[in-house]
Design a protein around this ligand. Structure first.
Ligand code: ADP
Length: 640
C-alpha cells in the first residue's frame, strides 16, 4: 500500500494543539510515557507468547532501547513488544479511543486546564506528549507474527499524519522524536539516565542505552580506547515487591502516575502482603481526583493482575467490587496459574479470596481516613462518594460498614458541611424514632421544601440528598442501628401523636370536601387525606413507602426506562384557611364551578412543589392570572 495522508480526529487535533503549546513544566515525562507504552507492548507480547507460542519470534531478551542521535537530532525509544498493524496504528494514534470523549473535549477547552496544564495527564494522553518536545514524530512498527511488513506513521502535528508500508525486520515499535531546537538536552546521556531513574526505575524490562566508555586497550598496554557498550539504566525491581521501608512517598507517587496516567498525587497508598489461604502482594491507590469517565458503562475497573511478576492483564475487574472502582494499582499473586484466562478468573476461588481481602482493606483504610484525616476524607468523598454509595445496594453483607462511611448534608448543617448516620442518631431528640431524608436537585430547594414544615417545627434533623441515586440507595439501606430510614415525601408521617384527636375531628369536619376532591381528581391521585407533615402550605403529593422518588422516576424515564404511571396521594393541610373557605363554598353549592377550578389548581400546585410540572402549564397560568385579576378588582373596588 502506498503512502496515505490521513486527518486526525477533532479531539486529537485539539489535544495536539495543547501539547505543542504546552506550558507544562515537566516536559520530561514524555519519556516516561513512551517507556510505559513500550513496556506495556512487551507485557502483551510476553503474555501472547505464553498463551499462543506459535506466533512469537525468538529474538532474545525483551528490552526497551533508547537511542540518542545527536547528529540527526533524534531520540528513539525502541521495543521488541507486540507492535501494531496498519489498522491498529490508525486507531491507536489517530483517535482517542476512550469513553467520555465529549467530556474530554469539554475539559480540554476549560480554563481550569489552561491554567493548570498538569491536569492533562489525567486523560491518558501518553503518546501525544511527545509533541511537547518534538516537532515531528515517526513511528515504525511491526506486529508480532506478521513477518516482513511493517508500517511507518509520521506526523508534524499539523492536523494530518501519514501511514505507509515499510520493511521492518524485527517485531516491535520504534518511536523516533525529531526534537525541537530548544529541547535537544534530551539527547544528553546524563539527562536520559536521570529521567529513566526518576520515573521508570521499577519497569521490569531492561531499559538500555549504548554508552561510550574509555577502557584499557587490550592491544597496547597503558593506552585507552573508547568503546560503546549497552548499559541497563533501570534497577528493574518491581516496586510492590520491595519492603515498605525501602520505598519513599515519591517513588510510590511516581509509580501511581505510571499506572494511572493521573498527574496528581494519590490521596492514599495501600501496600500489603497477604499470606495464608492466598499469597499475594497488593499495591493499591486511592486517587485524589475522579477520572471523567468513572460513571460510564465501559469504564475499565480493577487493578493490574500479575502472577509471579508476569503481567497477566490490566484492569482485572474480578479483583475488586464495582463500588470500589476508583481504586488503582497492582496485585501480584503467587497462587494463580500463569495461563489464567478471563473466563477462568470468574469462578476462581483464589481470586475471590483476593477480592474479599482487598475490599476489607480498602474499607478499613477509608474508615481510618475518615477518623484520622477528616478533611482528606471529605475531599475523597466529594470525588468518589457517589461510587462508594453503590456498595449499599451491591454488597449486602457490608451494608452497615459502608453506611458508616457515608457523609450527608443536613438541615442542621451549613452548606458544604456534613454529618454521618452515627452522628445523626446520636443527636436525635428522645421522641424521634426514625431517620428522615429528603431528595432534591439543589440544597436550597430541598432545605426550603414544604415537606419539611412539620420536621422544622419539631426540630428534627433531615438529611439532604442530592445525588440521583440517593433515593435508591436509601431504599436499599432501609435502616441503620435499628432505626428505620424514611423519605419525608413518602408514607404517612405523624410526628405529633398528641395531635391525633385533632386530626380525627378535622377528618370528620372535612369529610365531604375530601370526598369531592377525591372524586374530581380520581384519575390523578389514588387517595386524598389529611397531612401530618404540612404546617403552612396547603397541600402536597406523597408516595407510598417503597415507591420511587419523583426525581428518580424522572431520571429513569429520561434513561428510556418504561416506568408504569404511579398515582400518588394528595395530602391536604386542615389548618390552612383555604379549606375552611372551600368548605364554606361547598356548603352553599356543592356543584360550584369555582370549587372545581380550585381543586385542579391545588393538584397543579402540589405537582410544582414536588418539582414536577403542572399538567397543562398554560391553563394553570391562565387560572392563576384570572384569580389575580379578580382579587385586584375586588381590592380596587373596596378602596374606591
Ligand atoms: P495509552 O497508552 O494510555 O493507551 P497512548 O496515546 O500512549 O495511550 O497510546 C495509544 C495506544 O497506542 C496504546 O493503547 C497502544 O495500543 C498503542 N501504542 C502506543 N505505543 C505503543 C508501542 N510502543 N507498542 C505497541 N502499541 C503502542
Amino acid at each position: 500500500m502506498t503512502k496515505t495522508n490521513l486527518e486526525f480526529k477533532t479531539e486529537v487535533k485539539q489535544l495536539l494543539d495543547l501539547m505543542i503549546h504546552s506550558l507544562y513544566s515537566h516536559k520530561e515525562i514524555f519519556l516516561r510515557e513512551l517507556i510505559s507504552n513500550a513496556s506495556d507492548a512487551i507485557d502483551r507480547a510476553r503474555y501472547e507468547a505464553l498463551t499462543n507460542p506459535g506466533i512469537m519470534e525468538n529474538e532474545g531478551e525483551w528490552k526497551i532501547k533508547i537511542i540518542a542521535d545527536k547528529k540527526a537530532g533524534t531520540l528513539t525509544v525502541s521495543d521488541n513488544g507486540i507492535g501494531m498493524t496498519r489498522d491498529e496504528i490508525i486507531e491507536a494514534l489517530g483517535t482517542i479511543a476512550r469513553s467520555g470523549t465529549r467530556e474530554f473535549l469539554a475539559a480540554l477547552q476549560s480554563k481550569e486546564l489552561k491554567d493548570n496544564p498538569e491536569l492533562i495527564g489525567q486523560f491518558g494522553v501518553g503518546f501525544y506528549s511527545s509533541f511537547m518536545v518534538a516537532d515531528r514524530v515517526t513511528v515504525i512498527t511491526r506486529k508480532a507474527g506478521l513477518k516482513g511488513t511493517g508500517v511507518k506513521w509520521e506526523s508534524s502535528a499539523d492536523g494530518f499524519y501519514t501511514v505507509e508500508d515499510v520493511e521492518k525486520e524485527r517485531k516491535g515499535t520504534d518511536v523516533i522524536l525529531h526534537l525541537k531546537e530548544d529541547e535537544k538536552k534530551y539527547l544528553e546521556e546524563w539527562e536520559i539516565r536521570r529521567i529513566v531513574r526518576r520515573y521508570s526505575d521499577y519497569i521490569e524490562h531492561p531499559i538500555v542505552m549504548d554508552v561510550e566508555r574509555e577502557k584499557d586497550s587490550t592491544l597496547k598496554k597503558g593506552e585507552k580506547v573508547k568503546i560503546k557498550e549497552e548499559e541497563t539504566l533501570n534497577s528493574r525491581k518491581a516496586i510492590w515487591l520491595k519492603d515498605k521501608s525501602q520505598i519513599t512517598q515519591e517513588e510510590y507517587n511516581e509509580f501511581y502516575k505510571h499506572i494511572s496516567h493521573d498527574f496528581s498525587d494519590p490521596a492514599r497508598v495501600i501496600h500489603f502482603k497477604a499470606e495464608g489461604t492466598s499469597e499475594f502482594t497488593a499495591l493499591l491507590y486511592i486517587p485524589s481526583k475522579a477520572p471523567l469517565d468513572i460513571f460510564f458503562k465501559d469504564f475499565e475497573i480493577g487493578p493490574t493482575l500479575y502472577v509471579k511478576r508476569v503481567q497477566i492483564m490490566e484492569h482485572c475487574e474480578q479483583l475488586i467490587p464495582r463500588y470500589l472502582r476508583f481504586i488503582r494499582g497492582v496485585v501480584d499473586s503467587s497462587d494463580l496459574p500463569l495461563n489464567i484466562s478471563r473466563e477462568m478468573l470468574q469462578s476462581n476461588r483464589q481470586v475471590e479470596i483476593i477480592n474479599k481481602n482487598i475490599t476489607r482493606k480498602v474499607l478499613d483504610t477509608l474508615a481510618d481516613m475518615k477518623k484520622n484525616e477528616y478533611d482528606k476524607y471529605v475531599s475523597f468523598y466529594r470525588e468518589f462518594g457517589r461510587v462508594l454509595k453503590e456498595g449499599i445496594h451491591l454488597d449486602f453483607s457490608r451494608k452497615e460498614t459502608i453506611a458508616d462511611l457515608l457523609l450527608f448534608e443536613s438541615t442542621k448543617k451549613s452548606p458544604g458541611e456534613y454529618t454521618t448516620l452515627q452522628a445523626y442518631v446520636d443527636n436525635m431528640p428522645k421522641d424521634q424514632k426514625e431517620i428522615y431524608y429528603i431528595v432534591g436537585t439543589s440544597r436550597d430547594e430541598a432545605a426550603s421544601s414544604p415537606y419539611l414544615e412539620a420536621f422544622r417545627e419539631k426540630g428534627y434533623e433531615v438529611l439532604i440528598m442530592l445525588d440521583e441515586i440517593d433515593d435508591f440507595i436509601m431504599g436499599g439501606l432501609q435502616e441503620y442501628k435499628g432505626k428505620k430510614i424514611k423519605s419525608v415525601i413518602k408514607g404517612d408521617i405523624s410526628l405529633d401523636k398528641s395531635a391525633e384527636s385533632e386530626k380525627k375531628d378535622a377528618r370528620k369536619k372535612f369529610k365531604e370536601l375530601i370526598e369531592l376532591i377525591k372524586y374530581e381528581l380520581k384519575d390523578e391521585v389514588k387517595d386524598v387525606r389529611l397531612s401530618g407533615r404540612l404546617k403552612d402550605t396547603a397541600c402536597c403529593l406523597v408516595g407510598e413507602e417503597g415507591d420511587p422518588d419523583p426525581h428518580m422516576e424522572k431520571i429513569l424515564k429520561a434513561m428510556g426506562q418504561n416506568i408504569p404511571a404511579r398515582k400518588r396521594i394528595l395530602e391536604i393541610n386542615p389548618s390552612h384557611p383555604l379549606f375552611e373557605a372551600m368548605k364554606g363554598v361547598f356548603e352553599k353549592d356543592p356543584k360550584s364551578m369555582m370549587l372545581q377550578e380550585y381543586i385542579r389548581l391545588l393538584y397543579d400546585q402540589a405537582l410544582l412543589l414536588e418539582g414536577s410540572k403542572p399538567r397543562d402549564p398554560a391553563a394553570f397560568a391562565n387560572a392563576v392570572t384570572r384569580l389575580m385579576v379578580k382579587n385586584a378588582e375586588e381590592a380596587a373596588s373596596v378602596q374606591s
